[in-house]
Write a protein that binds this ligand. Structure first.
Ligand code: NAP
Length: 372
């Protein structure tokens, strides 16, 4: 860059020059050829370069970087800015996307702090014409919400994404309520604020491109969104919503159920925790932060969940039967080797161990004296 000191400029021409501007390159309002040159004018001092290594106003690298960010960044509107919506937004921002949000509760201050623009009114939000509208509301509230959203304010081919923990249910609602021009991507990041606290690397991200238009821009937009999770190192799993629900009922619903059962049971840390016990404590830790709405949604809106709950119940009963069946044999052996006073003690001990006594324990009177 050339820098001309004011004195130099003044001495260029005794008559003030009409206008000289120096920006990225030197631009002169008059052609250079019309300026007096030293050869033509003996009084004309030559241009003097004062500095050649000053910071460039036109930083090519940062300009390129900005252009790259602009070309890959999306305007994402998150609807449902609760626990999970906020968690996702932090990572989206790190990927240089523009974040807007709307929620039932006013999260304006919190959003402002994060760098997200909060809109209390969904009409105002949709008038910003986001590229992507991401639904992160509770499973239970999604249908009521979809019936109220002002789709007419959006661009005609907006991409709708959901992150609900069940998949067939929102897929069917999207197909029912969204205008036919909108693209649909159903996703389930299979981690949460606790399990994905430090990193998303290796964590499963399930998605189903339910309806993505053929145009290159639409395909790219969807890919850009998926890229966030890919670049974070998630294990990208493309599968149908139906398959997801089948697998998730057997894994996720059972995990949440066991976490809740153990929480109710009241697990406590001790100075001699084993690794297995630590795993149970972690399970409780991972699931207790999730709302009951979420858990209830997993049960209500995944048609495979009830079957899994019944299987779990049967498995528990079966384990109890195995245990008490063996206890019964030990008890009988001891019973017939003992005197009568001990028999009464053992009977009450067994009843205590059996809890409500629901298991079939033959009354002592019916036991034959030969021990059979
Ligand atoms: P959640 O209890 O399932 O949902 C809370 C969100 O739903 C909040 O944004 C809340 O808005 C909104 N909401 C609840 N009732 C509403 C209603 N009647 N009308 C409008 N909005 C309502 O808890 P979450 O953990 O934030 O989960 C959000 C979604 O992400 C769920 O669909 C869940 O399945 C999915 N997900 C969660 C996790 C996780 O680990 N937490 C992981 C993967 C996927 P306000 O806060 O404004 O009240």
């Amino acid at each position: 860059m050339l820098i001309f000191s004011p004195t130099t400029i003044r001495s260029l021409n005794p008559q003030p020059l009409p206008y000289l501007s120096f920006s990225h390159s030197i631009s002169l309002p008059v052609p250079l050829s019309s300026l007096p040159t030293p050869s033509k004018s003996p009084h004309f001092p030559s241009f003097r370069i004062n500095c050649i290594d000053a910071a460039q106003p036109f930083d090519y690298e940062s300009h390129l970087k900005n252009r790259y960010i602009q070309s890959t960044s999306l305007k994402i509107a998150i609807i449902g800015f609760g626990n999970f919506g906020q968690f996702l937004s932090k990572t989206f921002l790190r990927h240089h996307h523009t974040l807007l949000a709307h929620s039932r509760t006013n999260y304006a201050d919190l959003a402002d702090h994060l760098g997200v623009s909060f809109y209390a009114d969904p009409h105002d939000l949709f008038e910003q014409h986001p590229d992507v509208v991401l639904l992160s509301t509770s499973i239970l509230s999604i249908e009521t919400l979809l019936q109220k959203l002002p789709f007419q304010r959006l661009r005609r081919n907006t991409l709708f994404v959901d992150v609900l923990s069940v998949k067939e249910f929102p897929r069917n609602l999207f197909l029912k309520y969204l205008p036919p021009d909108f693209d649909i991507l159903c996703t389930h990041p299979m981690f949460g604020p606790e399990s994905g606290k430090t990193s998303w690397a290796g964590l499963p991200f399930v998605y189903d491109k339910v309806r993505i238009g053929d145009e290159e821009s639409r395909i790219k937009r969807c890919d850009k969104f998926l890229d966030i999770f890919d670049k974070e190192g998630c294990r990208m799993v493309e599968m149908s919503c139906m398959e997801h629900d089948k697998y998730a009922a057997g894994s996720q619903f059972v995990t949440h159920t066991m976490g809740r059962v153990l929480e109710k049971f009241g697990l406590e840390s001790s100075p001699i925790n084993t690794k297995g016990y630590e795993t149970l404590l972690n399970l409780v830790e991972n699931t207790k932060g999730d709302s009951f709405d979420l858990y209830y949604g997993l049960f209500m809106y995944n048609q495979n969940a009830l079957e899994q709950l019944e299987r779990l119940d049967m498995a528990f009963e079966s384990i109890k039967k195995d245990l008490f069946g063996r206890l019964h044999q030990v008890y009988r052996k001891q019973l017939f080797g003992d005197n009568n006073g001990e028999v009464e003690k053992k009977r009450s001990l067994a009843q205590k161990l059996l809890g409500n006594g629901s298991l079939t324990e033959p009354p002592l009177d019916n036991v034959r004296q030969d021990g059979s």
